[in-house]
Design a protein around this ligand. Sequence first.
Ligand SMILES: [Mg+2]
Length: 195
Amino acid sequence: MTMTITIALDLEGTLISDETTRIPRPGLYDFLEACKELGRVMIYTMVDEETAEEITLELSSKGFAPNWFSGVEWVDWFSHDTDFKDLDLIRGSDAKHAILVDDHLGFVKPGQEHIWIPINFFYPQDSNDAELENALWKLKRKIKKLTGKPVDVSWPGDKDKKLQELQDEIDDLLLDNIELQKEKDKLTQIILEDE
Ligand SMILES: [Mg+2]
């Protein structure tokens, strides 16, 4: 039996800068295409649906995202009374078959940390941003773990094996030590508020 994984993607700070400036993160097009190959793609955002639809349409019409992205599915968060991006709220799926990619730990429902792929907040001024590439690699590893599917988890590009192993260890450490991740998240929020 094949198991379809739903990949729930945050919008602001993850795929784009924010809903006002709408700057696409480097590697967005390829990241979305790769996600589409790995599973069902949905957007999980606090941006209201009308604005979010406008953003996805804009991104695909400008060529920053594939065509299908303008009609991407949404997780209906607003009609549920919760502060968390609960993966059990995904229509036709549940937390056993879903993964969240998000820059903000505060939205992760306690108990669902293991199905969350942390990604650093996107600063458009950082021209070396390769977070989507990193997130894709983590996503593949996670999907392989969850489904047992023969997903190619080799590090993209020509980064060496040692770095791959190191990333692997850091990833596991952060997941094992959610307190550490919370600290990092808190610091990021402080920096953002200062700007
Ligand atoms: Mg975000």
